[in-house]
Design a protein around this ligand. Sequence first.
Ligand SMILES: Cc1cc2nc3c(=O)[nH]c(=O)nc-3n(C[C@H](O)[C@H](O)[C@H](O)COP(=O)(O)OP(=O)(O)OC[C@H]3O[C@@H](n4cnc5c(N)ncnc54)[C@H](O)[C@@H]3O)c2cc1C
Length: 457
Amino acid sequence: MGMPDIDGLREQVRGEIVTAADEGYDDARTVYNAMIDRRPLLVARCRSAADVMACVRFAAGYGLDVAVRGGGHSVPGFGTCDDGVVIDLSGMRGVRVDPDAMTARAEGGATWGDFNHATHAFGLATTGGIISTTGVGGLTLGGGIGYLARGHGLSLDNLVSADVVTADGQSVVTSEREHADLFWAIRGGGGNFGVVTSLEFALHPLDLIYGGPMFFELEHAGDVLRWYRDTIGESPRAFGGFPAFQIAPPLPFIPEDRHGEPFLAFVACWAGPVDEGENALKTLRDVAPVVAEHVGPMPYPALNAAFDGLVPAGLQHYWKANFAKELTDEAIVAHLEHGPKLPVVNSTVHIYPIDGACHDVASDATAFGHRDANFATVIAGMWPDPTDNDANVRWVREYSDAVTPHSEAGGYINFMAEDDQVRVRANYGANYDRLSAVKGAYDPGNLFHLNQNIEPA
Ligand SMILES: Cc1cc2nc3c(=O)[nH]c(=O)nc-3n(C[C@H](O)[C@H](O)[C@H](O)COP(=O)(O)OP(=O)(O)OC[C@H]3O[C@@H](n4cnc5c(N)ncnc54)[C@H](O)[C@@H]3O)c2cc1C
């Protein structure tokens, strides 16, 4: 094998190769979660599938670890590594919309902000995440939970095809017709199967949504959670809101003397006819008085970016997550005990609905195996000061310990922290063995192992 010939790699790729000897190395190795501090051999800022192919062959040839980075949001920091090759796709963010076919093709490093900006111009959208800086690639390959999921399924349910650079350095087109086994596996199997350089999505007509955040007093949190539990399954699929424990940020629509206090928020997104939006929220308004709100018609990308300011790059992150079939009374008691103890304004707890169109797809039709769950809970610890690590991690763990007994064994792979690797099999659910077989076919040496890793059969 010999010493990795980095200059030889530089000759093969058009993107920049950044090593510890280069200016900008610290910037290049930095990921979103500030708790992650790794020193790769090199960061390859790829510009094309050809660059990615060269990097994969290089890493495989020298027996180096490969980390793949799109939006960089992985909480366990899968987008970087020690001593290996980081394939950084953040320079590959183009999005091409075909309005006649109602599809869009995004490069592997595009963010949801890039995607929504491009598609909104055509009055079209698909299910993406709730923050605009998250990567389309990482979010989709693991699932894709967002405002539009009840209406249009998970992000991966809207994937039509994808170009994948596999462990042998070849690029293949995957769809229901080509490499169908690989196409099945990348829809829920995360980054296990290769580097996805482009993703083609089905789009749906959407311009304005009606919604935004509403803040309720904590004394009404139980009523709002029970209202959500009891009504969401019967709500029209255009209704895609979720409850959240949230400290009030210093925003003009919240009374100044309430800034910094914890609330039960409900973030509403009505994606049906805008003039029906007010009515869609009526029963929620009947539950309890709203202390503060920023609700009304707005472009869908505006809601997608509305909370970006709360989660800038460079915070410390520690998350826990579970799927649940039911939001039981016992689970609500646990939420009511721990949610109000939010340590900082950046942290939050969301209970997403994943019913509706997410349930139209069979559990074995894609690799996402939790189609029987109705809720996906994430306890997202995010805080600016590393000296507060112990207190914030403790809050997340104690909260998680309280709700886990009322949840499924598995959780959403995209919300899992590094110390949750013991749950990997449960997280993939009944699809694990089939995933392992596909992994064995496309990546028998487990080159792509810096992820929620599936062992090759
Ligand atoms: C602030 C924040 C908000 C979030 N909101 C949501 C949400 O609303 N809904 C939701 O479902 N999830 C959400 N997530 C979780 C998110 O889906 C995961 O963190 C996901 O891994 C992020 O993808 P990324 O490309 O930004 O991250 P990266 O760190 O770049 O990638 C994470 C891993 O995904 C894989 N990967 C990424 N891109 C590719 C690619 N092109 N080809 C192959 N593998 C790839 C790799 O294994 C990579 O290591 C959120 C995360 C954060 C931090």
